[in-house]
Design a binder for this molecule. Sequence first.
Ligand SMILES: NC(=O)C1=CN([C@@H]2O[C@H](COP(=O)(O)OP(=O)(O)OC[C@H]3O[C@@H](n4cnc5c(N)ncnc54)[C@H](OP(=O)(O)O)[C@@H]3O)[C@@H](O)[C@H]2O)C=CC1
Ligand SMILES: C[C@H]1O[C@H](OP(=O)(O)OP(=O)(O)OC[C@H]2O[C@@H](n3cnc4c(=O)[nH]c(N)nc43)[C@H](O)[C@@H]2O)[C@@H](O)[C@@H](O)C1=O
Length: 317
Amino acid sequence: MNKEAKIYVAGHRGMVGSAMMRRLQQAGYHNLITRTSQELDLRNQAAVADFFAEEKPEYVVLAAAKVGGIVANNVYRADFLYENLMIEANVIHQSYLQGVQKLLFLGSSCIYPKMAPQPLQENALLTGPLEETNEPYAVAKIAGIKLCDAYRAQYGCNFISAMPTNLYGPHDNYDLKNSHVLPALIRKFHEAKASGAPEVEVWGSGTPRREFLHADDLADACLWLLENYNEQGLVNIGTGEDLSIRELAELVSRTVGYEGQIRFNTDYPDGTPRKLMDVSKLAGHGWKASIGLEEGIAAVYAAFQQGDAKNSALATA
Ligand SMILES: NC(=O)C1=CN([C@@H]2O[C@H](COP(=O)(O)OP(=O)(O)OC[C@H]3O[C@@H](n4cnc5c(N)ncnc54)[C@H](OP(=O)(O)O)[C@@H]3O)[C@@H](O)[C@H]2O)C=CC1
Ligand SMILES: C[C@H]1O[C@H](OP(=O)(O)OP(=O)(O)OC[C@H]2O[C@@H](n3cnc4c(=O)[nH]c(N)nc43)[C@H](O)[C@@H]2O)[C@@H](O)[C@@H](O)C1=O
């Protein structure tokens, strides 16, 4: 990829988009195009068509999406399905019409069946029922993968799909209701320590297992894919290691220096029992994650204390 290449990073203010901006700039790419959702609503077909016709980007990183944790996915089911379908369809179709050289679509590990064999291999896609709480989001993400594959098959477009595991990093969403587990736990333990609360509520049973990848590692893998990978189908991105939510809560509690109790509230859903990525495809090309979980959590907690907290707009959407 030419360092002068004109690259549109959709969702550049988000956790993943901002990590992509940092990584691309670090690698010497400087012709980066961005629009906030206020400037360009990617659900709007006509606006997206005008933008692509005017800017004619050569590369597209599609990191704009309606994103949230287990409760947000379950509550805003229509929004997660509709908005993600519209964003993907508009961006992918206009990328085809305007001759984009390469597009990277970001999916998620929740596209795999709830009870798929672990670790999750790319070929587990569409082999069984999805997990109920995030089925609408997963269906939209599967449509995105299939759009990339279909435009490649019918029109020869070089559109690729990456499936990240659960992510964390700078500019995460720390909203207590709508966020993912890691930022939620950081905020809960931090606030409990500050107020002297005797216990912290953790949702579910604590037994589900999750894998966590730092957004900077994800961006590094995505840059590698943009520069080197041109094949049909999806590519998992993760660390290849997981832990239980109980272990995660204990780790966050230690990091924050909280000395009270942890209470599990099983009125909240557990979601998928386990989501561990098989990362052998990317490992076979020599890529692996470099930021350890303890180190990564310590870094985001330090940033959180400096004010790196963004609340979700989902509740008012
Ligand atoms: N976070 C995670 O754990 C995981 C995320 N992913 C995927 O990574 C990608 C990025 O996620 P993440 O960075 O966490 O999400 P964020 O919520 O941090 O960022 C999403 C970005 O999308 C933009 N956006 C949302 N709706 C629109 C719209 N209608 N028009 C234009 N822009 C819009 C927002 O732009 P603005 O700020 O301008 O409003 C926002 O910056 C998504 O595809 C997600 O599915 C995959 C696996 C795990
Ligand atoms: C990335 C992925 O994210 C979503 O799936 P998820 O992995 O289930 O997401 P989560 O991070 O919200 O929860 C992980 C686990 O943690 C438990 N948990 C405990 N305490 C809190 C808590 O305080 N907040 C949250 N959110 N979860 C908690 C929670 O009950 C669950 O067992 C998808 O909808 C989909 O969007 C997707 O692709």
